[in-house]
Ligand binder design. Structure first.
Ligand SMILES: C[S@@+](CC[C@H](N)C(=O)[O-])C[C@H]1O[C@@H](n2cnc3c(N)ncnc32)[C@H](O)[C@@H]1O
Length: 221
């Protein structure tokens, strides 16, 4: 028996960081754990993101360039632009169908974003200050995985080879931004931190989110 269609696909919308995003089975349903990417960026921008939490000093330039790799519904890129309007925001996806949904969401929320069809960052010509990526990281062989529950979401949005880390590792190999923010299952964090070590130092972990910075002695953008 196949799993019932998720409520978000039935309704056509999912909340993310207090805004409604159009979703269809062409895009991953935005998850609450991904919202911490937005908090991490606001923290780097010295902006308050939680009542009662004092923001850190701003470390980003006045008009930071931010790239969201694997944008799906566009929820991360669009939320960044709404919360940090001074940012110049780019977003890529390998799926043309996903990019169409992301463009609709950007129009709905009045968020000017440059959308680019691309494998990872291959077609991006600018050097961002921050790259954020919630790439597919699910390992098909995890014994706790409920594949049935995920069966309505796109395979390309969920699964990756090399124990789920193929695309994350390739991204680390190819980028040169000052900050890199990744989402992955906490069971994968140690391996990612160790893989990134020659290029990036870990500055923060927030649930599923890892925040990296280039060490000062490496060339930045
Ligand atoms: C886990 S979903 C994340 C979607 C959205 N960013 C979010 O947080 O809800 C991963 C996204 O990466 C895209 N993707 C998969 N392989 C890719 C690749 N090689 N290059 C760029 N995007 C890719 C998928 O199409 C999907 O939209």
């Amino acid at each position: 028996m196949s799993a019932p269609l998720p409520k978000a696909y039935k309704n056509g919308y999912q909340d993310f960081y207090g805004r409604d995003f159009l979703v269809t089975p062409d895009v991953l349903i935005p998850r609450p754990e991904t919202e911490q990417i937005i908090d991490a960026i606001l923290n780097l921008a010295g902006k308050p993101y939680l009542p009662g939490v004092k923001p850190a000093p701003r470390v980003l330039p006045e008009n930071p360039v931010i790239l969201d790799v694997g944008t799906g519904s566009g929820c991360i890129a669009i939320t960044i632009k709404k919360e940090l309007p001074e940012a110049e925001v780019y977003a890529t996806d390998i799926s043309e169908k996903a990019l169409k949904i992301a463009q609709k969401n950007a129009a709905k929320h009045g968020a000017p974003i440059s959308f680019i069809i691309s494998h990872l960052c291959k077609n991006v010509k600018t050097t961002p200050d921050i790259i954020v990526a919630n790439l597919p990281y699910v390992d098909e062989n995890w014994d706790w995985l409920d594949k049935e529950a995920l069966s309505h979401e796109p395979f390309v949005a969920l699964y990756a080879e090399d124990h789920g880390l193929k695309l994350i590792k390739e991204l680390i190999d190819t980028v040169n931004s000052k900050y890199l923010i990744l989402e992955a299952d906490p069971c994968q964090h140690d391996e990612i931190v160790s893989y990134a070590r020659s290029k990036y130092e870990l500055i923060e972990t927030r649930g599923f989110i890892l925040v990296f910075r280039q060490p000062k002695n490496l060339p930045g953008p």
